[in-house]
Design a protein around this ligand. Structure first.
Ligand code: HEM
Length: 420
C-alpha cells in the first residue's frame, strides 16, 4: 500500500488493516485535502462513498440533518462484516441516537441530555478525582519502576469506572462492560472480533448485553436508586413507556460510547506525549494548561475517526455533485489537521488556543458526552502529570484494526509513579 503514489481514487482511508498496521492515514488525507477534498471512493469490499476531508465541508454537511440523514449507513463497514444479502448499515441491529434523525432524535436525546450538561457533570468531579487517585494508588506500588500495558491497566479503567458508576452498574461487572465494548468497536480487529458467518454470531455480544441490561432495568423499575439506569427505566415519550428496542439501544450507546472513546483519547494522548516529551514536561510545569491539553489531545488523536450520512437529495459540495442516496463519510481526523484552519496542524501543542477541532463532531449529533470526556481527560492528565516521576516505552505499541474509532490498543510502558 502506498497512499503517497497511488492514483487518488485508489487511496485507502477506510480498510481496518491500514489503521491496524499504520495508524491513521494522515498522508492520504493530506493528499485528498490538497487534490480532491470531496472525492468518490470505491475501495474493494465497500460500497462507494464520498470522502469528506475538509473542516468547512464537515460542518456544512453536519448542520443539515434533513439533507444528510443519519439513519441508514451511519458508519462505513466492509460488506464482509455482514453476511451476503444482509447489511449491518442498512438493517442496523440497534436504533441509537447516532442513527436517528430529527424530530425523533431530539426526543430521545432529551431523555438523557440533562445528565451530561456542564453543571451536572461538574457535580461528579470530586468523585472522579477519587476514582482516578485510587487507580494510580493501586499501580504506583512503592514508587519504584513498574512495567505494564498502559491501555488496559490505566487508560481503560478511569472512564470505564466513571460511566459504570453513573449508570449504576456494579464494579464486578466492569470487565464485562469492557469486553462487550471491545467486541462492539473491534468487529474487524483480530483480538476482539467474534467468530462466525451469521449476523447472530457476529453480533452475539448484543444479545448478551441485552439480557443483562434488561435485567438491571427491571431491578430499577422495582427499586429505583436515582442512577441513570433508574431514570431510563422509568422514561416515557408522549406519556407512554419508551419502546424496549429503542430504550436498549440508547442505553447501550451511552454505556459503550461513554468510555471507549475517552480511553482512546487517554492512550492516544500518552502516545503523543511519548513522541513529544517536551509537551509532557510543559504540562508538568504548568498544570493549569490541562484544559487546553485535553482538547489538543482530542484534536491530535481524534478517537472517533468517522461517521457517515446519506444524502436525501442531490447536493453540490465544493463543486462535486453528490446524488440522493449517496453516502458521505465525515473524516473528523482529517478535518482536525486541515491546513486552512490549523496552519501548524501537524504540530502537537498543548497550549493551542483557540482550538476549533471537530473531534466531538458538530451540529445535530454533537457528542452528548463531550463535557464528561473533557473532565475525564483533565482529571486523568492532571493527576498523571503530578504523579509521574519517569516514563518510557517498554515495547512496540499496536493500533486497533478499525476505521470507525481508533487509537493504540496496546502501549507497553515502564513508569515510576509517586505512591499514595
Ligand atoms: C474523547 C472522548 C469522545 C469523543 C472523541 C467523542 C466523539 C463523538 C463524536 C465525533 C460524535 C458525533 C457523531 C456524529 O456527528 O454523528 C459523538 C456522539 C456521541 N457521543 Fe461522544 N465522544 C467522546 C466521549 C463520549 C462520552 C464520555 C460519552 C458519554 C455519554 C459520549 C456519548 C456520545 C453519544 C451518546 C453520541 C451521540 C449523540 C447524538 O447522536 O445525538 N461520547 N461523540
Amino acid at each position: 500500500m502506498d497512499n503517497a503514489n497511488f492514483p487518488i481514487e485508489h487511496v485507502d482511508v477506510i480498510s481496518a488493516k491500514i489503521y491496524g498496521e499504520h495508524g491513521y492515514p494522515h498522508e492520504a488525507w493530506r493528499r485528498l485535502r490538497a487534490e480532491a477534498p470531496v472525492s468518490k471512493l470505491a475501495p474493494p469490499g465497500y460500497r462507494p462513498f464520498w470522502a469528506i476531508t475538509k473542516h468547512a465541508d464537515i460542518i456544512e454537511v453536519s448542520k443539515q440533518p434533513a439533507k444528510f440523514q443519519s439513519a441508514g449507513r451511519f458508519i462505513l463497514f466492509p460488506d464482509a462484516v455482514a453476511p451476503p444479502g444482509q447489511s449491518l448499515e442498512e438493517a442496523p441491529p440497534l436504533r441509537m441516537l447516532v442513527n436517528m434523525d430529527p424530530p425523533e432524535h431530539r426526543d430521545y436525546r432529551r431523555l438523557v441530555s440533562h445528565w451530561f450538561t456542564p453543571r451536572a457533570v461538574a457535580k461528579l468531579e470530586a468523585r472522579l478525582e477519587e476514582i482516578t487517585a485510587e487507580i494510580f494508588d493501586d499501580l504506583a506500588g512503592d514508587g519504584g519502576w513498574r512495567e505494564f500495558d498502559f491501555v488496559s491497566e490505566l487508560a481503560a479503567l478511569q472512564p470505564l469506572r466513571m460511566i459504570t458508576e453513573m449508570l449504576g452498574i456494579p464494579r464486578e461487572r466492569e470487565q464485562w462492560v469492557l469486553k462487550i465494548t471491545n467486541q462492539n468497536f473491534g468487529l474487524e480487529d483480530p483480538d476482539y472480533a467474534l467468530e462466525g458467518n451469521t449476523r447472530e454470531e457476529r453480533l452475539g455480544f448484543l444479545t448478551e448485553a441485552a439480557a443483562y441490561i434488561n435485567s438491571l432495568m427491571e431491578q430499577r423499575r422495582k427499586n429505583p436508586t436515582g442512577d441513570v439506569t433508574s431514570v431510563l427505566a422509568h422514561a416515557t415519550l408522549d406519556g407512554k413507556p419508551v419502546p424496549a428496542f429503542e430504550l436498549f439501544s440508547l442505553y447501550f450507546l451511552v454505556m459503550v460510547a461513554g468510555h471507549d472513546t475517552t480511553r482512546n483519547g487517554i492512550s492516544g494522548g500518552l502516545l503523543a506525549f511519548l513522541q513529544h516529551p517536551e509537551q509532557f514536561a510543559k504540562l508538568q510545569k504548568n498544570p493549569s494548561l490541562v484544559g487546553l491539553a485535553a482538547d489538543e489531545i482530542v484534536r491530535w488523536a481524534t478517537p472517533v475517526n468517522h461517521f457517515s450520512r446519506t444524502a436525501t437529495e442531490d447536493y453540490v459540495l465544493r463543486g462535486q455533485k453528490i446524488e440522493a442516496g449517496d453516502s458521505v463519510a465525515l473524516f473528523y481526523a482529517s478535518a482536525n489537521r486541515d491546513e486552512e484552519v490549523f496552519p501548524d496542524g501537524e504540530v502537537f501543542r498543548i497550549d493551542r488556543d483557540p482550538n476549533p477541532h471537530l473531534g466531538f463532531g458538530v451540529g445535530e449529533h454533537f457528542c452528548l458526552g463531550a463535557h464528561l470526556a473533557r473532565m475525564d481527560l483533565r482529571v486523568f492528565w492532571r493527576q498523571f502529570a503530578e504523579r509521574c516521576v519517569a516514563i518510557e516505552p517498554a515495547g512496540e505499541h499496536e493500533f486497533l484494526h478499525a476505521s470507525f474509532v481508533g487509537g493504540p490498543k496496546r502501549l507497553p510502558i515502564r513508569v515510576k509513579l509517586r505512591p499514595a
